[in-house]
Design a protein. Structure first.
Length: 96
């Protein structure tokens, strides 16, 4: 018994588009994460500051990073799906 993909796949015409938006999203996330690390390196005491509801900046910033990553993943998925549908409807168009 061979373990092969259920459906044959070819070249994905949306690959350049997916790569471009993925790299931009990674850069945005990395810059925000660098801010988190920079605060910890430069002024770790600042992370103890209470932001709201008794939560300190470290906890709030950390949860923000997690939620932001999930939001970016959903946006990426939506944008890629939209581009794939667009290219499937018009196969002669190049991915831009």
């Amino acid at each position: 018994m061979f373990h092969e993909p259920a459906q044959k796949s070819g070249k994905d015409p949306a690959t350049p588009y997916k790569t471009r938006i993925g790299m931009w999203m990674f850069l945005v996330y990395a810059l925000i994460y660098v801010g988190f690390v920079a605060i910890n390196l430069i002024s770790p005491v600042l992370m103890e500051a209470e932001v709201f509801w008794g939560l300190n900046l470290a906890v709030v910033y950390g949860f923000f990073l997690i939620v932001f990553a999930l939001v970016l993943a959903m946006v990426y998925s939506h944008m890629c799906g939209k581009k794939e549908a667009e290219l499937a409807a018009n196969p002669t168009e190049e991915a831009k």
